[in-house]
Write a protein that binds this ligand. Structure first.
Ligand code: ADP
Ligand code: MG
Length: 240
């Protein structure tokens, strides 16, 4: 589903990604862990070209995102992204937050878009909040709406950048439960997270990033229980 070859990303003189090769299969759930500043967010952002890549190739479902012939806007609609900060539209009700993109981008009629939005709210357990304003929701509820909103475009891939890092501890579980259900349904997912329990339990593969490279990768069991690299061991020693 995602194929990355020789990806480099520079901001001016600062080289943040120093040669990333990565393949993610359909339905695979991959988590990315690593210290702050190691390039995790930048890598995710290169996957849907929120960042322009400096060198290398990023392919999603057979389309080369780095080719000038590719319709970037179309590709972006095929990638759902959920951020640490929920980024809901504050002046729109929950239902409209979710229905907006299908109406504007897909030109769906309001009825059809709302029907889908209700179904997605049901899925994230928030149907009764359809007419609430974002400010009336808890952080965990806002993040579940943000996931529903991303799903409204029927993405081929869901990218999550520390989706629970801004949440109070008691709300983390409800968001992880929604993500776990999505993984079970076969969604292809890439998740930057500090939730080692989630990575261990739900993910097929874990990547450890450090200083702009993938330092080590493996199954959760391999990486958490038998890390090969000293840097991986040292990082895990601090977070586990
Ligand atoms: P992580 O998500 O692993 O914490 P990031 O990908 O956010 O790391 O950042 C990696 C490095 O790139 C950091 O040194 C950060 O300061 C730098 N960086 C990220 N975005 C930009 C930007 N838009 N301009 C300049 N430097 C950036
Ligand atoms: Mg980050």
């Amino acid at each position: 589903m995602i194929q990355i070859e020789g990806l480099h990303k520079r901001f001016g003189k600062l080289e943040v990604l120093k040669g990333i090769d990565l393949q993610i299969r359909k339905k695979e759930v991959v988590s990315i862990i690593g210290p702050s500043g190691s390039g995790k967010s930048t890598l995710l952002r290169c996957m849907n070209l929120l960042e322009e890549v400096s060198a290398g190739k990023v392919m999603v479902d057979g389309q080369d995102l780095t080719s000038t012939h590719t319709d970037m806007n179309k590709v972006r609609t095929e990638m759902g992204m959920v951020f640490q900060q929920f980024n809901l539209f504050p002046h729109k009700r929950v239902i409209d937050n979710i229905a907006l993109a299908p109406m504007e981008v897909r030109k769906w009629k309001r009825d059809k878009a709302e029907e889908k939005a209700y179904a997605l709210l049901e899925k994230v357990g928030l149907r009764e909040k359809a007419n609430s304003w974002p400010s009336q929701l808890s952080g965990g509820q806002m993040q579940r709406v943000a996931i529903a909103r991303a799903l409204a475009m029927d993405p081929k891939v869901m990218l999550f950048d520390e989706p629970t890092s801004a949440l109070d501890p008691e709300m983390i579980g409800e968001v992880l439960a929604v993500m776990k259900a999505l993984a079970k349904e076969g969604m292809t997912m890439v998740v930057v997270t500090h939730e080692m329990g989630f990575a261990r339990e739900v993910c097929d593969r874990v990547l450890f990033m450090d200083e702009g490279i993938i330092e080590e990768e493996g199954s959760p069991e391999q990486l958490f229980s038998h890390p090969k690299k000293e840097r991986t061991r040292s990082f895990l020693g601090k977070v586990l």
